[in-house]
Every structure is written in structure tokens, then in C-alpha cells.
Design a protein around this ligand. Structure first.
Ligand code: LLP
Length: 432
């Protein structure tokens, strides 16, 4: 595998004899069988990223709960589950996926700012390990649901530490103006209240300040506040046995250099090592981001008055990150060549100017029909895709060594249309 830093490093993807491969399989061979666009993941990449967390935290009492929202295919969750991972879920759908993929309920954490009573009830029925509560009304509702079921809900309170994660505004969650968590100043009162509730078993505190953090400083600030809070609560007679540290590190999409996991783990140990608490970590992006790519074909090359456009068969409905967050994804030809790079706008066929993967990107000239790979697409790619413009959901493929499996077939047009129902007044010829 490529050793240079960047999106290919440790991803499971590398060029062999000029052909981009996922482990032992050429992407061009998968494209010939599956047809573009499709997502492709490398098992070696997924496992390597998980093992890096497991190794970094081997000497701490920590459970790595894969944040299912990053990529929720059962085969991806199952790959981590087989290695002993837990899961962080944010909806009943994700909880059902984690269970179906073989994650034991004792290793599942339910996060999220707006759980419904039905979701709470379902979670409690499964015997879930932990529910992270984000407000007093949510605590009251969970208590009522648990009492009605004659259960006690294992609860962590999510703290809003008012820390700037120094990441994209749309994925920053730890400032007081963000909708997430309970303000740090209110935690003691809420914890006391939780400890007195018949349906609540108060276990500890959770924090998650944002995603794609490439600097340890905001983590250090938030975790230090959390450790101080633990000491203050204990001094106040409130017992707590565990902490949930939220999402993982950011990844290299381009030339970012996120800190080594060993440094992150050492920081965590330095701050919490003496508190005698069990830890949960909820990494998503860093487990799957660089272990997945989106493979597309060039549909057309259009020479505009001021721009050259490379029009792909993939679009914003398949991968929305560039449109939504102005995110940079590396785009590479699947078959490398020594052609001189020229600036090009890489776009999809959807009827919006926002359907742009890259603007004035330096790329070797790509011919119609040629394959390109959009890198670092494993996290928040397929999971955020939609059928906008009535484009069927694209296949997902998982490679392992020299074999591969389609882990989600392409949605057919029949399936796409079968989602809709005509009301009687349109369906009944008598009434039209
Ligand atoms: N835990 C909680 C409570 C979260 O809200 C998240 C992500 C994670 C864990 C996982 O964080 P990670 O390890 O992936 O940084 N769609 C956006 C990212 C949204 C992140 C939402 N929460 C994107 O494509 O950049």
C-alpha cells in the first residue's frame, strides 16, 4: 500500500502496474462487472483503521463504538463487529442495523438530540448499554418511558462544553449556540435530578464537539473541562463510572496531517487515566473515510467559453459532501498515465450548479468512458446519498484480498418507482 501521507495511505487502495486496485482487485474489473457509479470499500483499510484504535487504547478500559452514521451498510458494520467493535447509533434504524450486523446490545450507545418515545422504548427493549441524553425534557421522557416498562434506562448526560472544534461550521457541535448537549453549568443539577429518578440509572457523561478535527487542542480543552466536571460531581457526592468521548480524529482528504492516534490516546490517558472510569469512543470517519472510494465514468467532456467541464455519471445525490460542505475529495484516473494535468471542473449530471465535485482541478485529460475514482468517500458518502433527480441508489462493493462482493446492489427503476403510491382519486378510472 502507498506509504506517502494522504488519502491513499493505509486505505487498502493503491496503484499496481498503473491500475488503481482495492487490495488485490482492479477497480476497472469491478467496473466492468458492476457498472459505474459504485462505491468500493477495502476490508484491509477498514480493519487497519479499527486495529489502529484498538492498539492505541489497548492499555485503557475503552470500547470503540463505530459511529454507524458514517457508513451504515450491514457488511461494513459487520466487519467491525467481528473485530469486537461496539456501535454508536442515532436512530432506531441505525440501532436495528447494528443489531442485525451482530453488534451485541451491551456494546451499543444511542446518541442524538431528538430521540422519540418509540425509539427510547425500542432501545430499552433491546437491553442497550447506554443512552446519551441531551436535555432535561429528554431525560423526563426517558424516565417516563422506562418507568412504564418497569425498567431503568442506563443514561449518560451529554455535556455541551462550549468549545470551538475549529472545523466546518456545519459539523461543529460543541459551542453553546449549537443544539447539542446540556450546558456544562447545568450538568450538576441535571445529574442530581437523574440520580433520583426511578427509571434512570445515571452512569456518566458524554461529549462530542465536532467532526473532521485535525488538531488535538480542541479535544484537550473539552476533555479537560470534562475531567474537572467529573471531579466536581464526585466532590458533590454524585457517582459516575464512565465517560463517552464522542467521535474520532479527522482524516487526510488532501494534505491535512491529523495527529497520530498514539498522541490522541496519550492525551486521553493523561487527562482521564487517574479517574478510574471506563471509556467509550465513537469514531466514524477515521474508520471508513479513506477505506472507500466512489468510482465513476466520464460521460462527456464539454469545452465551455471559460471552463472545461468533465461530466461524470456520479452526482451530488451519490456524494453530497462537496456540495454541502465545500469538501475537497481527491479525484484520480483509475488507469494512471503520464499525461499533463490541465484545469477542469468535475461535475455531475444533476440540474444544479451545486452539483460540482471539484472546481478548476488539475487533472490529466480524461476521455469519455474513462474511469475516475473519487477518494476518501467511505465516510458520509453512500450513507448520505439520495435518489434526487430520480437517480437510483448506486451499488456498494466490499473487497477482501482478491475477492469482492456486492454488499448493496444497484436499486432498480422498478424499486425506485415502487416507493410511491397513487391515491384512490388518481388510481381509480371512475374517479379521474
Ligand atoms: N458521535 C457523535 C455523537 C456524532 O455526532 C458523530 C458525528 C460521531 C460520533 C462520529 O464522528 P466522526 O468520528 O465521524 O468525526 N456528514 C458530515 C459529518 C457529520 C458528523 C456528525 N456526527 C461530513 O460528511 O463531514
Amino acid at each position: 500500500m502507498s506509504e506517502s501521507p494522504g488519502p491513499l495511505s493505509g486505505s487498502g487502495f493503491a496503484y499496481r502496474n498503473g491500475a488503481l486496485c482495492a487490495e488485490g482487485v482492479a477497480l476497472a474489473d469491478i467496473a466492468a462487472a458492476v457498472v459505474t457509479p459504485f462505491y468500493c470499500y477495502s476490508t484491509a483499510g477498514l480493519e487497519g483503521h479499527y486495529q489502529a484504535y484498538a492498539a492505541a487504547f489497548a492499555d485503557q478500559r475503552a470500547t470503540i463504538c463505530y459511529a454507524v452514521k458514517a457508513s451504515s451498510n450491514l457488511a461494513i458494520i459487520g466487519t467491525f463487529a467481528r473485530l469486537g467493535a461496539g456501535a454508536d447509533v442515532v436512530s432506531e434504524g441505525e440501532l436495528r442495523r447494528a443489531l442485525a450486523a451482530g453488534v451485541p446490545p451491551q456494546r451499543i450507545v444511542f446518541s442524538g438530540v431528538g430521540k422519540t418515545r418509540a425509539e427510547m422504548e425500542f432501545a430499552l427493549e433491546t437491553g442497550i448499554h447506554q443512552i446519551n441524553v441531551e436535555s432535561v425534557p429528554e431525560l423526563d421522557a426517558l424516565n417516563a418511558v422506562a418507568v412504564a416498562m418497569n425498567r431503568r434506562a442506563p443514561v449518560m448526560l451529554r455535556v455541551n462544553p462550549d468549545v470551538d472544534a475549529l472545523t466546518h461550521a456545519k459539523i461543529s457541535t460543541g459551542k453553546s449556540e449549537n443544539k447539542f448537549g446540556i450546558d456544562l453549568a447545568h450538568i450538576a443539577g441535571v445529574a442530581r435530578r437523574a440520580a433520583d429518578m426511578p427509571g434512570i440509572e445515571f452512569a456518566g457523561l458524554a461529549v462530542h464537539i465536532g467532526s473532521q478535527l485535525t488538531d488535538l487542542a480542541p479535544f484537550r480543552l473539552a476533555f479537560t473541562k470534562l475531567a474537572e466536571l467529573v471531579a466536581a460531581l464526585r466532590a458533590d457526592g454524585i457517582a459516575l463510572s464512565r465517560l463517552d468521548l464522542g467521535g474520532g480524529l479527522g482524516i487526510a482528504y488532501r494534505d491535512e496531517s491529523p495527529p497520530p492516534l498514539a498522541d490522541y490516546a496519550a492525551m486521553v490517558k493523561g487527562i482521564f487515566g487517574n479517574l478510574g472510569v471506563a471509556l467509550a469512543l465513537e469514531p466514524g470517519r477515521s474508520l471508513v473515510g479513506n477505506a472507500g472510494v466512489l468510482v465513476a465514468s466520464a460521460v462527456a467532456v464539454k469545452e465551455g467559453l471559460t471552463r472545461r467541464f468533465l461530466i461524470l455519471d456520479a452526482a451530488m445525490n451519490d456524494l453530497i459532501r462537496p456540495t454541502l460542505y465545500e469538501a475537497w475529495h481527491e479525484i484520480v484516473p483509475v488507469i494512471a498515465g503520464s499525461r499533463e494535468a490541465v484545469p477542469v471542473d468535475v461535475v455531475g449530471p444533476v440540474c444544479e450548479t451545486g452539483d460540482t465535485f471539484a472546481t478548476q482541478r488539475m487533472l490529466p485529460p480524461i476521455a469519455v468512458g474513462e474511469l475516475v475514482a473519487i477518494l476518501s468517500a467511505g465516510a458520509y458518502g453512500a450513507a448520505m446519498s439520495s435518489t434526487y433527480n430520480s437517480r437510483p441508489l448506486v451499488p456498494e462493493v466490499l473487497v477482501r484480498g482478491s475477492e469482492y462482493a456486492v454488499i448493496r446492489p444497484r436499486q432498480s427503476y422498478a424499486e425506485l418507482l415502487a416507493q410511491d403510491r397513487l391515491p384512490d382519486w388518481l388510481d381509480d378510472p371512475e374517479r379521474v
